[in-house]
Design a protein around this ligand. Sequence first.
Ligand SMILES: *[C@@H]1O[C@H](CO)[C@@H](O)[C@H](O)[C@H]1NC(C)=O
Ligand SMILES: *[C@@H]1O[C@H](CO)[C@@H](O)[C@H](O)[C@H]1NC(C)=O
Ligand SMILES: *[C@@H]1O[C@H](CO)[C@@H](O)[C@H](O)[C@H]1NC(C)=O
Ligand SMILES: *[C@@H]1O[C@H](CO)[C@@H](O)[C@H](O)[C@H]1NC(C)=O
Ligand SMILES: *[C@@H]1O[C@H](CO)[C@@H](O)[C@H](O)[C@H]1NC(C)=O
Ligand SMILES: *[C@@H]1O[C@H](CO)[C@@H](O)[C@H](O)[C@H]1NC(C)=O
Ligand SMILES: *[C@@H]1O[C@H](CO)[C@@H](O)[C@H](O)[C@H]1NC(C)=O
Ligand SMILES: *[C@@H]1O[C@H](CO)[C@@H](O)[C@H](O)[C@H]1NC(C)=O
Ligand SMILES: *[C@@H]1O[C@H](CO)[C@@H](O)[C@H](O)[C@H]1NC(C)=O
Ligand SMILES: *[C@@H]1O[C@H](CO)[C@@H](O)[C@H](O)[C@H]1NC(C)=O
Ligand SMILES: *[C@@H]1O[C@H](CO)[C@@H](O)[C@H](O)[C@H]1NC(C)=O
Length: 448
Amino acid sequence: MAPSGPVAISVVFYNWRQQEPTDKTLQRCSLSRPRRSAAVGALASWNASAEPCSWEGVMCNRHQRVVALSLPSYRLSGTLSPAIGNLSSLRTLNLSLNGLQGDIPASLGRLRRLGTLDLSCNIFSGELPGNGGARPKFLQYLVLGSNDLTGRIPAELGDTLTRLQELGLDDNSFTGFVPALLGNLTSLQVLQLMINMLEGTLPQELGSNMPRLLFLFISDNNLHGALPSSLYNLSSLQYFDVGNNKLHGSIPADIGEKFPQLEIFLLINNSFSGEIPSSLSNLTDLSDLDLSENGFSGLVPRDLGRLNALRGLNLDHNMLEAGITEGWEFITSLANCNQLQFLDLGGNNFTGQLPISIVNLSRTLQFLYLNDNRISGSIPSNIGNLIGLEGLHLENNYISGVIPESIEKMTNLIVIYLYNNSLSGHIPSSVGNLTKLKTLLAQSNNLE
Ligand SMILES: *[C@@H]1O[C@H](CO)[C@@H](O)[C@H](O)[C@H]1NC(C)=O
Ligand SMILES: *[C@@H]1O[C@H](CO)[C@@H](O)[C@H](O)[C@H]1NC(C)=O
Ligand SMILES: *[C@@H]1O[C@H](CO)[C@@H](O)[C@H](O)[C@H]1NC(C)=O
Ligand SMILES: *[C@@H]1O[C@H](CO)[C@@H](O)[C@H](O)[C@H]1NC(C)=O
Ligand SMILES: *[C@@H]1O[C@H](CO)[C@@H](O)[C@H](O)[C@H]1NC(C)=O
Ligand SMILES: *[C@@H]1O[C@H](CO)[C@@H](O)[C@H](O)[C@H]1NC(C)=O
Ligand SMILES: *[C@@H]1O[C@H](CO)[C@@H](O)[C@H](O)[C@H]1NC(C)=O
Ligand SMILES: *[C@@H]1O[C@H](CO)[C@@H](O)[C@H](O)[C@H]1NC(C)=O
Ligand SMILES: *[C@@H]1O[C@H](CO)[C@@H](O)[C@H](O)[C@H]1NC(C)=O
Ligand SMILES: *[C@@H]1O[C@H](CO)[C@@H](O)[C@H](O)[C@H]1NC(C)=O
Ligand SMILES: *[C@@H]1O[C@H](CO)[C@@H](O)[C@H](O)[C@H]1NC(C)=O
């Protein structure tokens, strides 16, 4: 047997201090994860006169061996001692949201029973320890997001951690390719690789054997090429985010049959092209669709409003079209989306009259962007129906006519951009009653 847990855990605690968090640790993850303030003086219980199994955050089994060390958000600083590898009964190590730094000790690989390893939101640096034959076989949660880790993602993760359900390597500085062997993580439910410096194309293996994957986050890297067709085999997927890469290709026409449970679909800022398939309207759980800053062309599917749960639709900066005779039908259909909050159609090739049916969009709508198109016609007189609107962006179009009086009903407005159009008449004096209004830009029109 290895030396007793309590002796090793004293060594682990030895160099830790509890201190006010630095700016760096405060910023890190403070938005995405709940912060608890540490119990004042929690470290006071970690002293030689008390039995280590009674220390705060330490859990032992009936043989007095440490099975869990869980001290998330305890404002700890210092390094993680390699002595951690001697806690041979450890199942859970959760030190997330602290200020720990230095290497992640390779000795963790000796913890055969470890199921949960969460070191996210710290300042750990260096490369992930190469396996050297040892890796916890039962690991289900490997969560190392938001640290300063560098180097490649070790391919061996894929062949040893067959029970892994969550792999979080996001928000670090990993480089190199996404290893094809990750495709062998057949139990994976959450894969978070976003915000790194990963490059190359995604391997075909990714997705061909991950029937349980729910969350795929690989945005904000330098990935290029087309998405492997195997990704479209991930029929359990709920979140799909590949934004801010250099990916290209088109959305398959049968996407509506591929992801029956998809809620979030984000392709923002890549080089995707082709038409938006009409089958997308069959993904009725979708709440967030962001195809902005790509090269999509053609018409917007006319029955997009079948997406009842839609909250955000961002098609900004593409080459989408609508004209005098067709193309605007989707606006009428979007009136069915009674939770819609954000609609951005700016920077496209929309022409023809601004459809009157826009006044029937949900009152939950907060932001409406139609700017930088070639839209003509007048602002519908009932625009004031959109009483939830906080931002209205119609600038850089060919919109004519007067600014409707009904605007006085939109008491939540903060920003109105109308500049560079052909509006005429007066700015309604009731605008002065919009108490939240901060910015009204209406220059370059024919206003009196
Ligand atoms: C050591 O920890 C025990 C248990 O929390 C506590 O009662 C005792 O006051 C501590 N001793 C010192 C010297 O801090
Ligand atoms: C782990 O235990 C071994 C004895 O089994 C001991 O030699 C070694 O120093 C311990 N490692 C650490 C880092 O405490
Ligand atoms: C670690 O602890 C934090 C805070 O309690 C918790 O939110 C998180 O889910 C835990 N990590 C794992 C992998 O269970
Ligand atoms: C990965 O999975 C493939 C197919 O499922 C299998 O042929 C291969 O041996 C696996 N590789 C390793 C290293 O386990
Ligand atoms: C998708 O899954 C089917 C059935 O499981 C399989 O036959 C096919 O090879 C997979 N396609 C890809 C591209 O992985
Ligand atoms: C778009 O993605 C690239 C990486 O491919 C990134 O450098 C750039 O900052 C992103 N643009 C925006 C507006 O986020
Ligand atoms: C949507 O799904 C239904 C059946 O579930 C199918 O008949 C229809 O063709 C699909 N629509 C599109 C546009 O793919
Ligand atoms: C915009 O649409 C017109 C036809 O309506 C087409 O001639 C033009 O090339 C399109 N422009 C872009 C940038 O797609
Ligand atoms: C707005 O909705 C109402 C009620 O559903 C309907 O009668 C009206 O025709 C719609 N207006 C437009 C312009 O689509
Ligand atoms: C005004 O808007 C039109 C239509 O979008 C655009 O072509 C033109 O460049 C804009 N003018 C300026 C000065 O931005
Ligand atoms: C502004 O609101 C006040 C009080 O509700 C009302 O009496 C006044 O007529 C309004 N002014 C305009 C220009 O609508």
